[in-house]
Design a protein around this ligand. Structure first.
Ligand SMILES: [Cu+2]
Length: 569
C-alpha cells in the first residue's frame, strides 16, 4: 500500500480540518487458488492477493483511494466499494452491467474514488456472479484528524470482524447452476469469522489454529469491533460470551450509543461496537456468529455456528485446556430479537451532517419479494414450460443488460438498454402478507429504472410480500445513504405509519433489512447524478431479479467522462 500526502483540504463542518488528504493506493491481484476447509478436499476459490478476507483499505476521511485491479482469475469480475458514495467518480462504483462491463480475465482496471464526507466501517466486494463469497475485504475510514475525531471515547484497540459464508463447492459453478436450472441456491456449508469456521464444525483432521480465529485482548480495555456481514445469503446474530457491546455506528453512520449483548447484521451491513474486556481473565470466551433465518416457509439453511476465541493476555496456561465459555445465542428464527436491534438504532445527530429531509418530492410504494416466472431462454437447464424462481420489485423482475452498462447507456443516451417506466406502485394491491393465487402472469422480466431530477427527495415504502416466502430482504442502495423513518410488520398503512415516522434522529444506512412480512420507509435526496442500483443483498435473489435502479439526472454537478481504461463489453 502506498500513501502519499496531498495538499487538498476540503472544509467540512463536522471534522476538524487539521490533516492533509492523502492518496491511498493498492494493487488487487484477483486470482484462483486452492483452499481446504472443514477437512474437505481442496476447492478452487477466487480471492484478492491470495488472502481471505482480502486486504483492508485504511483511509482517513477526505483521502483519495486508487485500486489497480488485475484480473488473473478465469472469471469476469468487477469490484464494488460498498457504501462509498462515488460522488464525481460514478464510473468506479462497480456493479457488473449497471456501472461497467466486467474486467475480463487477463485485463485490468483502476478504480479511483474519494472517501469524502464519510467515516466508519465499509467494505469492498466482487459484484459479479457470486464471487463476493471470497472476494471481499474491509474499508476503514477514520476521521480526518484521526481517532481523536471519534464522537465516542477513544478505544484502546480496534479489530475487524468479517462474517462470511463458506461453500465446499466452487461458488461460480454453484451460482451458474442455480441460475441455469432456476432452482434455489444450495445453502452454505459453514459460516465463518475472519475466514475461519471455528471449533463447532466436525473436522477431525483439521489444524485447530488454521480453522479458528483468535482475538487476544488486554484486560479492562475498550475494543472497537468493526463487524461486517460479508455473508452471501444469511443475516447473522453476533455475540461474545461474557461481554456486552455499545453500538456507536452502523453502515459508516454514527449512532446514538446503544447498549446490547447481541448484534444483528444482515449481508451488506456493518456495525461498529465498543466492547470492554471486563470478564474473568483466566477464562477464554467464544465469539459466535449464528444464522438469522427469517424466511417462512424456509428453503433450508445450515444450522451451525461460526466461532472465534477471545483470550486474555496473561491468562494461565491451564485456561487453554478448558473449553471456552459459550454464548447463549438467539433461536435461528428469532425475529423479535432481530427486529428489536434493527429498529432501535437511531442516528447520532452531529453539526454539519445531513439530516432527514422533511418534504418529499416523489413517493413510491414498492413491493419486494420472491415469485415465479416462466423459464427464460438463457436458463438453458430448465424446461421452457417450467415455472422457476423469480424475484421482483413491483412485479418487475430486473434483468441486467448484456451489451452495455446502464450507466454508459445513460451517459451516451443510447436507447434500448433500459426503459424509464419503473412503476411507483405495484400493479395489484392485495394483502401482501398472504400469497395471492393469480400473481404469476403479471410479473415481467424487464430492465426498468426510475428517473428522477437532480435534488429530488425520494421516499420509498418497501413492502415485503409472501408470494413464495415471507423473508427479510436486505435492500442496498448504491451511491447514497438513506434515512430509515419507520419499520413494522404486516401491511403498510399510511394513516398509522406516518405517526411513527422518526423525523428527529432516524438511522442512516446503505442497507436495510426490511422486516419479514413487513415494511420499511426510507428517504434520500437524489443529489448524486448517475445510475444507482437498489437491490437485495442476497446473491440468491439478485440474479433472479430483486433489483431496480435510480437514474439521477445531472444538476449543478454532472457525470464526468469515463476513465481511459474503462472496461468494454
Ligand atoms: Cu432477497
Amino acid at each position: 500500500m502506498a500513501r502519499r500526502s496531498g495538499f487538498l483540504c476540503f472544509a467540512l463542518a463536522f471534522v476538524a480540518c487539521s490533516a492533509r488528504a492523502a492518496v491511498v493506493e493498492h494493487t488487487f491481484n484477483v486470482g484462483n487458488f486452492s483452499v481446504s476447509q472443514l477437512c474437505q478436499p481442496a476447492t478452487a476459490i477466487t480471492a484478492v492477493n491470495r488472502r481471505l478476507p482480502g486486504p483492508t483499505i485504511h483511509v482517513h476521511e477526505g483521502d483519495t483511494v486508487v485500486v489497480h485491479v488485475n484480473n488473473n482469475s478465469p472469471y469476469n469480475i468487477t469490484v464494488h466499494w460498498h457504501g462509498l458514495f462515488q460522488r464525481g467518480t460514478q464510473w468506479a462504483d462497480g456493479p457488473e452491467m449497471v456501472t461497467q462491463c466486467p474486467i475480463r480475465p487477463g485485463h485490468s482496471y483502476t478504480y479511483r474514488y474519494n472517501a469524502t464526507g464519510q467515516e466508519g466501517t465499509l467494505w469492498w466486494h466482487a459484484h459479479s456472479s457470486m464471487l463476493r463469497a471470497t472476494v471481499h475485504g474491509a474499508i476503514v475510514i477514520k476521521p480526518r484528524n484521526g481517532e481523536q475525531g471519534y464522537p465516542f471515547p477513544k478505544p484502546d484497540k480496534e479489530e475487524i470482524i468479517m462474517l462470511g459464508e463458506w461453500w465446499n463447492r466452487n461458488v461460480f459453478d454453484l451460482a451458474r447452476d442455480a441460475f441455469l436450472t432456476g432452482t434455489p441456491m444450495d445453502p452454505a456449508d459453514a459460516y465463518t469469522i475472519n475466514g475461519k469456521p471455528g471449533d463447532m464444525y466436525n473436522c477431525s483432521g483439521g489444524n485447530h489454529k488454521r480453522r479458528t480465529y483468535k482475538l487476544k485482548v488486554q484486560s479492562n480495555s475498550t475494543y472497537l469491533l468493526r463487524i461486517i456481514n460479508a455473508g452471501v445469503n444469511t443475516p447473522m446474530f453476533f455475540k461474545v460470551a461474557g461481554h456486552t457491546f455499545t453500538v456507536v455506528a452502523a453502515d459508516a453512520s454514527y449512532t446514538t450509543p446503544y447498549k446490547t449483548n447481541v448484534i444483528v447484521v444482515a449481508p451488506g451491513q456493518t456495525v461498529d461496537a465498543l466492547m470492554v474486556t471486563d470478564a474473568t481473565p483466566s477464562r477464554r470466551y467464544y465469539m459466535v456468529a449464528s444464522p438469522y433465518e427469517s424466511a417462512v416457509p424456509n428453503p433450508g439453511f445450515s444450522r451451525t455456528l461460526a466461532t472465534a476465541i477471545v483470550e486474555y493476555a496473561g491468562a494461565p496456561r491451564t485456561s487453554a485446556r478448558r473449553r471456552p465459555v459459550m454464548a447463549r445465542m438467539p433461536a435461528f428464527t428469532d425475529k423479535s430479537t432481530a427486529h428489536r436491534f434493527l429498529s432501535n438504532l437511531t442516528a447520532l445527530v452531529l453539526p454539519g451532517r445531513p439530516t432527514v429531509p422533511l418534504a418529499v418530492d416523489t413517493s413510491m410504494f414498492v413491493t419486494i419479494g420472491l415469485g415465479t416466472a416462466a423459464c427464460r431462454p438463457e436458463q438453458t437447464r430448465c424446461d421452457r414450460n417450467q415455472t422457476v424462481f423469480a424475484a421482483s420489485m413491483n412485479n418487475a423482475s430486473f434483468v441486467l443488460p448484456t451489451t452495455m452498462s446502464l450507466l454508459e447507456a445513460h451517459y451516451r443516451n443510447v436507447s434500448g438498454v433500459y426503459t424509464r417506466d419503473f412503476p411507483d406502485k405495484p400493479p395489484l394491491a392485495f394483502d401482501y402478507t398472504k400469497p395471492p393465487s393469480d400473481m404469476d402472469d403479471i410479473t415481467t422480466k424487464s430492465t426498468k429504472v426510475k428517473t428522477v431530477a437532480y435534488n429530488t427527495t425520494v421516499e420509498v415504502v418497501l413492502q415485503n410480500t409472501a408470494l413464495v416466502a415471507l423473508e427479510s430482504h436486505p435492500m442496498h442502495l448504491h451511491g447514497n445513504n438513506f434515512f430509515v423513518l419507520a419499520q413494522g410488520f404486516g401491511n403498510y398503512d399510511n394513516n398509522t405509519a406516518v405517526m411513527r415516522y422518526n423525523l428527529v434522529n432516524p438511522q442512516e444506512r446503505n442497507t436495510l433489512a426490511v422486516p419479514p412480512g413487513g415494511w420499511a420507509v426510507i428517504r434520500f435526496v437524489a443529489n448524486n447524478p448517475g445510475m444507482w442500483i437498489m437491490h437485495c443483498h442476497f446473491d440468491a435473489h439478485l440474479p433472479i431479479g430483486l433489483a431496480m435502479a435510480f437514474e439521477v439526472q445531472n444538476g449543478p454537478t454532472a457525470l464526468p467522462l469515463p476513465p481511459a481504461d474503462f472496461p468494454q463489453c
